[in-house]
Design a protein around this ligand. Structure first.
Ligand code: NAP
Length: 332
């Protein structure tokens, strides 16, 4: 194992309370603490964290199967401190990752990452931008697998962290002949520059059919809102088309079997809810697109310093919404 020992045995970390069901916790209960630097196994890397991005909804994730006390923020960028001897990652490499959700997150000075989850930060991308990418881009990447050239695709929650990635990835996949309709909130107009053909603020929608007035029903929806919005946009999808949602809590039709979440055929469409999978391989493909300027990261704002006060404030802002992308904490 190639390694440089961290100079310290304890580290600063943020911990969050977890509810027992999908009920929001209060960001004022976020705590700053000091805990031992984690120890990596032979197949893992130890990463010194530069930046971590907030998932605003994380305060609603139920306690089950998460370590306690829980360190949040699985979107990270940082520097390799130690890695397996056979690893392609070397001491000092700048990397980014979506950490395993079942493990501790990265709102700390150090975190452990399975080697197959990490990826080198593309040239020209800052550490804050890199930290903003994994969760949002992997979710959109996986949620738009069904999209082919020439399709008409509707993205809901398009102005948020995941939706912004969704619009750009859908644009790449449908090509010039396809169409991307973005239904979002504040700042949705800016998505025209990110590849949307049509942008609509949900606060202005009076008649849902108007969304598909030009060109007819869509081949599928990638939904980042859920609830009534999901129910309404389902009616805008062609027979045999796709309704994919990632919004939490999962819709009542979502089915989880032994092999994970499955596709449900209902009301003439295919429906799919899933939880994003962490993957260094996919991040590599995404990183290539970022490097080529085809995919832009979205840092809504960044806050400097891993203090309880900073994180509480940033989290509250994230929960209020209206952000154009991810809220990032600069740890280093
Ligand atoms: N299943 C998974 O693996 C997975 C992974 C990532 C995210 N998610 C979920 O995906 C959802 C989106 O995440 P995010 O991080 O992108 O959230 P976010 O950054 O808070 O974005 C949500 C966006 O949706 C907009 N919005 C709210 N109501 C809307 C409506 N009725 N129609 C259209 N747009 C609407 C908001 O605009 P305003 O701010 O103007 O209201 C905001 O821009 C969350 O529920 C999150 O938990 C799930």
């Amino acid at each position: 194992m190639e390694q440089q020992s961290p100079l310290q045995t304890t580290m600063k970390a943020i911990t969050i309370p977890s509810p027992s069901t999908y009920v929001p916790s209060d960001p004022t209960t976020i705590t700053s603490t000091s805990i031992p630097v984690p120890k990596s196994s032979p197949s893992q890397a130890l990463v010194k964290i530069h930046a971590a991005a907030i998932s605003p909804q994380e305060l609603t994730w139920p306690t089950t199967s998460y370590p306690q006390p829980r360190i949040p923020a699985h979107d990270i960028s940082g520097t390799i401190i130690s890695s397996p001897s056979s690893s392609s990652f070397k001491l000092g490499d700048k990397v980014f990752a979506l950490l395993d959700f079942k493990s501790q997150g990265g709102m700390a000075e150090y975190a452990i990452a399975d080697e197959n989850l990490i990826c080198k930060v593309p040239d020209g991308v800052s550490m804050e931008e890199a930290a903003s990418l994994p969760r949002a881009s992997l979710t959109a990447w996986q949620g738009l697998q069904w999209v082919e050239k020439g399709m008409r695709v509707l993205i809901t929650g398009a102005s948020g962290a995941v939706g912004r990635m969704g619009v750009q990835i859908a644009r790449i996949r449908v090509g010039e002949m396809g169409k991307v309709i973005a239904l979002g909130g504040k700042g949705v107009e800016s998505l025209k520059d990110m590849g949307a053909d049509v942008v609509v603020n949900y606060r202005d929608v009076e008649n849902w059919d108007d969304l598909v007035e030009e060109g007819g029903m869509v081949d599928g929806v990638f939904d980042c809102v859920g609830g009534q919005t999901l129910e309404r946009v389902e009616n805008l999808v062609k027979k045999g088309g796709w309704v994919v949602t990632v919004a939490s809590p999962p819709p009542s039709w979502a089915k989880r079997g032994d092999e994970g979440w499955g596709v449900v055929e209902e009301n003439r469409v295919k429906k799919y809810f899933f939880i994003v999978e962490e993957s260094g391989e996919m991040l590599k493909e995404i990183g290539e697109l970022v490097k080529a300027g085809k995919l832009k990261s979205s840092v809504a704002f960044s806050v400097e310093g891993l203090t309880g006060e900073n994180v509480r404030e940033a989290w509250s802002k994230g929960l209020r919404g209206g952000l154009a992308g991810s809220a990032v904490i600069k740890v280093l």
